[in-house]
Design a protein around this ligand. Structure first.
Ligand code: M6R
Length: 590
């Protein structure tokens, strides 16, 4: 959340910063700003709204600068809360949350300093001024020593027109070297095409970028760092003729699944991991949002195929439930971005308690991979839409491969054959799923919507509901079908849309009982099913017929029409599905 960029070099800074911010806009888009240092003066422009608001307002000269695109944590989205924040000789952009900023701010105010924003970040500019005695790097060192929480910082000082300073603690920050100069950004794509060398700062590290050199420091000492080896993530992709990234990324589900299926047994890179799998007696999965739903789908698959117990915990709660790690516990942290602060904190805790931690992530150089014992990479390709789509299908492909491998090592067969059929089946579902448009138009004016399913279908219900609420802003809930009658049924009235997912043949009649209960109260039912015998039932207003697959793997297919439903409902309600309000792609604050 929040994207930061920096540049120092031969070229005018403003267009480079603007370009970088546009590429980082998926991290936050409620306000943006840029500071350029030229002839000892800071020129700062900040705007409420998206990065494009800065266009035409920036200082054309000056070849050193910093920029920011914000996702508000402290203080409403507004111009005065937008970054950079300036105090004295310093301009600062910040991504993260400073947990002790109240105390620090009070300290500054007691010295008579005036604050112009409601942000935690402004405190950094004040502390830098306080500690500054002519050496900006040393002031940054002293300032960061006072900060608690998470930060990626880029700093300018008017006394040092040939330097740009960086610091990182628990928020991602990359420095890069290119032909035209040196760069900084929250994420690699902002620097794609500009740099031939990229370095990821680790927690506790500082950097000074000058026009000619890049130096890293830890604990006041200069350190050597190795460049990143980034093969997989290039520039931000184009929309490729689609109106939105979300729809384009749904079109890539088939390849995301195919590329993320893994044959653990035959690939040499998994040799050590396979040994861990053989000794695993208990699995804990930690994740947030959509990735948490992948964890639930994995639980159904692993428990049913391999008979190994699995617990799935929302990462932000894992830390507070005092997790028990015993010998043979494997903790799997699932995160598309690998930068989700809650998931990283949960993985760290699991490691501290002695667990082996495997990261399932789409970004192999992310913070999560740094702290994990094993990295299982989903190969969905970069996902720009804030609503996760293809990355979810890719996570399921990988986690189902894992379930199959665990089953194989326990002599229970593996169902790999069934997995290999899924990419082609997903293409079929995708073309059928377009038919959901009508239902989407029909529910666009509803007050709320419900998703129900039993067994593995429950996971699809959860994900369908999350998708719908996050981009259409229609209140919605995903429920185990059998639980509906224990309270939520009270909310069903004439015309309430209910999406029932029905792919588990042994549970079908039971779920249809729940559908009948909904119908009896006037609910309008969309059935997403692989069981054709149910599509003609009188209770069903519309249906989408899925191809059959191994039933425990069915969420990987049944979620596709639900993603499509969310997409078309969002459009019908006039929303931008790529940038839902209040959300950001990468949630780097706890
Ligand atoms: O990058 P991660 O997979 O760790 O992100 C976790 C959630 O923030 C993410 O899945 C979020 O729920 C999506 N916006 C859902 O579409």
């Amino acid at each position: 959340m929040c994207g930061i960029v920096g540049y120092i070099g031969k070229a005018p800074a403003a267009p480079i910063l603007l370009d970088g911010l546009k590429k980082l806009e998926y991290r936050g888009y409620d306000s943006a700003g840029v500071a350029v240092l030229h002839e000892g003066k800071l020129s700062v422009v900040r705007k409420k709204g998206r990065v494009k608001e800065l266009e035409g307002c920036l200082e054309p000269t000056g070849s050193v600068g910093i920029g920011h695109t914000r996702w508000a944590t402290h203080g409403e989205p507004s111009e005065r809360n937008a970054h950079p924040h300036v105090y004295g000789k310093f301009a600062v952009v910040h991504n993260g949350i400073l947990e002790n900023y109240h105390a620090l701010k009070r300290e500054c105010e007691e010295r008579g300093e005036e604050f112009l924003s409601e942000t935690d970040s402004e405190t950094v500019a004040h502390l830098l001024s306080f500690y500054y005695e002519g050496d900006a790097l040393s002031a940054l060192q002293k300032t960061t020593a006072r900060l608690k929480g998470s930060y990626a910082l880029a700093v300018l000082c008017t006394d040092h027109p040939d330097s740009l300073f960086l610091a990182r603690e628990k928020s991602p920050l990359i420095a890069g070297v290119g032909e035209e100069g040196l760069y900084a950004a929250s994420d690699v794509p902002a620097l794609a095409g500009k740099c031939h060398l990229l370095y990821s700062l680790s927690d506790g590290e500082l950097a000074e970028l000058t026009r000619k050199s890049l130096r890293f420091f830890r604990g006041g000492e200069e350190i050597e760092k190795l460049p990143l080896c980034v093969e997989t993530m290039g520039d931000i992709p184009e929309k490729g003729g689609y109106a939105h990234y979300m729809r384009k990324e749904m079109g890539e589900i088939g390849s995301a699944i195919a590329n993320s299926l893994v044959d653990f047994a035959s690939e040499e890179r998994f040799f050590d991991f396979n040994r861990v799998l053989c000794q695993t007696e208990y699995i804990q999965i930690v994740a947030c949002g959509t990735a948490y739903h992948s964890g639930i789908a994995a639980k159904y698959a692993i428990e049913s195929l391999a008979r190994i117990p699995v617990d799935v915990t929302v990462a932000s709660e894992y830390r507070y439930c005092d997790p028990i790690i015993r010998a043979g516990t494997l903790v799997i942290a699932v995160s598309q971005s690998g930068e989700t602060a809650d998931t990283i904190a949960a993985a760290r805790l699991a490691k501290e308690r002695g667990a082996t931690v495997a990261a399932v992530t789409n970004v192999p150089y992310s913070s999560l991979t740094e702290i994990s014992d094993f990295v299982l990479e989903t190969r969905a390709g970069r996902e720009i839409g804030v609503a996760a789509t293809k990355s979810f299908n890719a996570q399921l492909a990988l986690l189902y491969s894992l379930a199959a491998e665990l089953a194989r090592t326990r002599g229970r067969g593996g169902n790999f054959q069934a997995l290999r059929l899924i990419p082609a089946l997903s293409e079929r579902v995708l073309s059928e799923a377009e038919g959901i448009k009508n239902f989407a138009l029909g529910i666009a004016g509803a007050k709320s919507a419900y998703f129900i399913g039993r067994g593995a279908d429950y996971c699809a219900a959860l994900e369908g509901s999350l998708k719908l609420k996050e981009i259409s802003y229609l209140p919605s809930e995903g429920y185990p079908a059998g639980e509906l009658k224990h309270g939520t049924l009270a909310l069903i009235e004439k015309g309430t849309p209910v999406v029932a997912i029905l792919t588990q043949s042994a549970l079908a009649e039971k779920t249809m009982n729940s559908v009948s209960e909904v119908y009896a109260r006037g609910g309008k039912v969309l059935l997403v099913t692989s069981l054709p015998e149910y599509t003609d039932r009188k209770e069903v207003e519309e249906s989408i017929l899925l191809p059959r697959c191994e039933e425990v793997f069915s969420p990987i297919l049944s979620v596709i029409p639900l993603q499509m439903l969310a997409y078309y409902t969002a459009l019908a309600r006039g929303n931008d599905p790529d940038k839902p309000r209040n959300l950001a792609k990468s949630v780097t604050v706890e």
